[in-house]
Design a binder for this molecule. Structure first.
Ligand code: SF4
Length: 459
C-alpha cells in the first residue's frame, strides 16, 4: 500500500551522510513522509551527495537527469531535493543547470526542509540553503530516533579545521563543532530505546571532540576519552565504536579508554594517507610517519589485540617511488586488519589540485595494485589469527552467504553464521571456524546470548 507521502533518500559517501539521511527521515516523518524503495514511487526524492571523489558532481547531474524523467511522469508532482556536500559546494550551479531540482540544502541546513517545502508549495522563499548553522541544526533535530538495525550512528562532532591539501571537507562541512555531552547522552539513550545495541560515535574528526561537560558536573568541557567512558555506562549500550579519527587528536585519555572501557570495541580507524614524511607535509597532515607509529605502539600497549584500520592515497602530486616505498614500509610495520586505498584525484578548489608534478594514471594504477595486494594479505593474516577463537558477534541481517546471518565481531570483521532467527539484532558468542580476506565463518555457541555485566549504569 502506498503510504501518505513517499520519501526516497539516496545516500552517497560517508557515515556522516548516512546519519544525516536518517535524521532527514526523522524530520520528514511528522509531515507524513515514509520511506519507499524506488524513486518512481516517491513524492519527495532527496539525493544526499558526497564531494570527495572525482566526477562526484557529474554523477549527481546524471542521476538528476534520470529523476527528471520520473518527475515528468508524475505530472511534475514529485519534489527533488539535492543535499550534502555537492549541494554545499555547487548549489548555485545545480539550480542553474537542472531546473527539475526544487530545493538545495547544505549539510548544516537540512533541518530547515519542512519550512522550505512549505514555502515551496506557496511558491515563496529561498530554494537554496547552504548556511553553516550546525548549532541550530542539532538544536532543531527531533529527539525521536529510529534505527535501521542493532548498530546506530550518533554524530558528536562535525566539520574540520585540518585543511589537508587534497580535501574538500573543511569547505563543505565548515569548522569543527562539538555537541554537548547532555545532548549526546540523550540521543544515545534514544537509540537504545529504539533498539540499538551498538552506538558508533561519528565525526569528520571525531577524536577532536571537546564538548560541554554534563550540567552539574562541575566541569566546563570534557575530552573525547571522557565522553566515551560516560556513554559506555548507558544501560543497553553493549558495544561502543567511534570513527573517523585524526592522528593529531589521539591523546592519552582516549588511548587509556581503550585499556579501561569494556564496552569500547578493540577497533581503531586511523587514516594515515601516506608513509612518507615529505608527502605527509605536502598533504598538510602535520604529523610524521614516526609519530603515527608511536601512536599505534601506545594504543597497542593499552589494548594489545586492537584492530587498526586506515585510509591511503597513492599518487599524491610529487610522490616518488621512494615515497611510495615509505608507505609500503609503514604498512609492513603496522600490520592493518583492514584498510582503504584510493588513487589521488584532484578536487576543485583544493591546494593540491594546483600542485606541480601530478602523477600519471598508469603509475597510480600500479602503486594502488601493489598497496592493495599487501593490505589484502594483512587482512587475511589478521582474520586467520581469529580462527578457533570465540567472539561476541552483533548480528545485523540474514543476508549472509547461503542464508546465514551476517554480523560484526568486536574487530569489525564480517562474520557469517547460522543462528536462531530471533537472535538477529543481538550479540551472540560465535566460535570462528574459517577465515577469508574479507570475512569469517563461524558456529554460534548454544545459549550463546552475550550480555554485558553493567555497573554504575546511567538509567
Ligand atoms: S582531516 Fe583532512 S582528510 Fe579528514 S576531513 Fe579534515 S581535511 Fe579532510
Amino acid at each position: 500500500m502506498k503510504p501518505l507521502r513517499g520519501l526516497y533518500i539516496r545516500t552517497y559517501g560517508c557515515q556522516m551522510n548516512v546519519y544525516d539521511s536518517d535524521r532527514m527521515r526523522d524530520i520528514l516523518a511528522p509531515l507524513g513522509y515514509a520511506s519507499v524503495d524506488a524513486p518512481e514511487l516517491a513524492d519527495l526524492v532527496v539525493l544526499n551527495t558526497c564531494h570527495i571523489r572525482e566526477k562526484a558532481t557529474e554523477k549527481v547531474f546524471s542521476e538528476l537527469g534520470r529523476l527528471r524523467k520520473h518527475k515528468e511522469a508524475s505530472g511534475e508532482r514529485m519534489r527533488i531535493v539535492v543535499a550534502g556536500c555537492v549541494a554545499q559546494a555547487e548549489g548555485e550551479e545545480i539550480m542553474a543547470r537542472q531546473p527539475a531540482v526544487d530545493l538545495v540544502v547544505g549539510p548544516q541546513a537540512y533541518h530547515r526542509l519542512p519550512e522550505m517545502l512549505a514555502r515551496l508549495s506557496r511558491k515563496t522563499g529561498d530554494r537554496l540553503e547552504v548556511d553553516f548553522d550546525v548549532v541550530q541544526k542539532f538544536d532543531q533535530l527531533p529527539a525521536h530516533r529510529h534505527v535501521n538495525g542493532p548498530s546506530a550512528f550518533l554524530s558528536v562532532q562535525e566539520g574540520c579545521d585540518k585543511f589537508c591539501t587534497f580535501c574538500v571537507v573543511p569547505y563543505t562541512r565548515g569548522a569543527e563543532h562539538s555537541r554537548g555531552t547532555d545532548a549526546i547522552t540523550a540521543e544515545a539513550r534514544e537509540l537504545v530505546r529504539a533498539g540499538a545495541r551498538e552506538v558508533v560515535l561519528i565525526g569528520q574528526n571525531v577524536n577532536a571532540w571537546r564538548g560541554a561537560a554534563p550540567a552539574g558536573s562541575g566541569d566546563d568541557t570534557w575530552g573525547f576519552g571522557r565522553l566515551i567512558r560516560h556513554i559506555s555506562k548507558i544501560g543497553g549500550v553493549d558495544r561502543l565504536r567511534y570513527s573517523t579519527s585524526h592522528p593529531r587528536d589521539m591523546d592519552d585519555e582516549l588511548i587509556d579508554a581503550h585499556a579501561g572501557v569494556e564496552a569500547l570495541a578493540p577497533f581503531l580507524h586511523l587514516p594515515v594517507q601516506s608513509g612518507s614524511d615529505r608527502v605527509l607535509a605536502a598533504m598538510n597532515r602535520k604529523h610524521t610517519a614516526k609519530e603515527y607509529l608511536e601512536i599505534i605502539r601506545q594504543t597497542r600497549t593499552a589494548r594489545p589485540d586492537i584492530a587498526i584500520t586506515s585510509d591511503f592515497i597513492v599518487g599524491f602530486p610529487g610522490e616518488t617511488e621512494a615515497d611510495f616505498e615509505a608507505t609500503l614500509q609503514l604498512v609492513r610495520d603496522v600490520r592493518f586488519s583492514q584498510a582503504y586505498a584510493f588513487k589521488y584525484s584532484a578536487r576543485p578548489g583544493t591546494p593540491a589540485a594546483g600542485m606541480p608534478s601530478q602523477v600519471d594514471e598508469v603509475t597510480k594504477d600500479r602503486r594502488l595494485a601493489t598497496l592493495l595486494a599487501l593490505l589484502r594479505q594483512q587482512a587475511f593474516e589478521f582474520n586467520s589469527a581469529t580462527v578457533g577463537k570465540v567472539l561476541p558477534v552483533l548480528f545485523e541481517t540474514r543476508s549472509g552467504r547461503d542464508g546465514l546471518a551476517r554480523g560484526y565481531s568486536p574487530y569489525q570483521q564480517v562474520v557469517h553464521a547460522e543462528i536462531d532467527p530471533d537472535m538477529l539484532g543481538t550479540m551472540v558468542d560465535v566460535e570462528i571456524t574459517s577465515a577469508g580476506q574479507a570475512s569469517l565463518q563461524g558456529r554460534a555457541r548454544l545459549g550463546a546470548a552475550h550480555d554485558r555485566e553493567l555497573d554504575g549504569v546511567i538509567e
